[in-house]
Write a protein of this length. Structure first.
Length: 122
């Protein structure tokens, strides 16, 4: 049956986010510029989008690289990993990096607490 599509499923439009809220990472040293935080050391106030920074005057505060060395890594609350893998893994792949840290280190703390509780056995 021909429905005008070449065997491809219709996809829902991707959610677009405001590029002014995206974080940028320096490819040289790994420093992450977050517009929500700004950079107090360089007198860049919180809320300043990366696109508003002076491309000639701005340098990475760690390695002094220029604006061209930065790449867009998306908004803060974006799940980490490849887009095609986000639907696998018992929902863990959809967690943000901060949520994954809480899950991992919380698990370590719980395991350590259980280990210490073994000393209470006689």
């Amino acid at each position: 049956m021909d429905n005008g599509h070449d065997g491809e499923e219709e996809r829902a439009p991707e959610q677009t986010s405001d590029p002014d809220t995206h974080r940028f990472e320096c490819r040289s040293c790994g420093f992450v510029y977050d517009p929500e935080e700004g950079i107090a050391k360089l007198a860049i106030v919180p809320g300043t989008p990366f696109a508003s920074l002076d491309p000639i005057g701005f340098r990475c505060p760690v390695c002094r690289s220029r604006v061209g060395a930065f790449r867009d890594i998306g908004p803060r609350n974006k799940p980490s990993g490849f887009e095609e893998n986000l639907n696998f893994g018992l929902g863990v792949n959809k967690l943000t990096p901060g949520q994954k840290n809480v899950l991992i280190f919380g698990g370590f703390a719980l395991a350590f607490a259980f280990f210490l509780s073994l000393y209470s056995l006689r």
